[in-house]
Design a protein around this ligand. Sequence first.
Ligand code: MN3
Length: 193
Amino acid sequence: MKFTLPPLPYAFDALEPYLDAETMEIHYTKHHQAYLDKFNAVVGKCEELESKSPEDMLRDLHNLPIEESDKMIIKNQGGGFVNHNIYWQSMGPAREVNQKLVEEINGVFGSVESFKDSFTKMSVSHFASGWGWLVRDKDGKLKAYTLPNQDSPLTLGHEPIFCVDVWEHAYYLKYRNKRQEFVEEWWKALKLL
Ligand code: MN3
């Protein structure tokens, strides 16, 4: 196996009550692992990908010297692998507020509160599966948007800051169909703001 799951930086129950332990365990050990396994399978058969990081594969997705069907697997499974790594890392049981980011958000979005409101609305109303993202664009400007499926901001030339997973597997055990409630509680697990 070429790539391995980075260890979760906290226990499965560390983000209770916002993200419940059962969801965390299944999400990390089953869903995240499944993306990684399928990603590793395609990386293992494409010599052209040797020495490239998963992030670089997503950045260069359209120019990778491999078949289109394999690019699709990198996009979906490699995207799933990398997106979840960012998701776990941006949360934690202890706040590590990034004051510089707070000031930037105040400047771009008016206030952290209004940013959170619009980010929540955007992520809740995203049609079907996907992610809400805060990124830096090519000019270093903050941008918030959603992307479908496991599409990565890296493929757009953007650098991810944090993300929320709005696939149903991220919340349905605890929140059932209530994506809004999940996103509102997820803010309390995000350590950066
Ligand atoms: Mn997920």
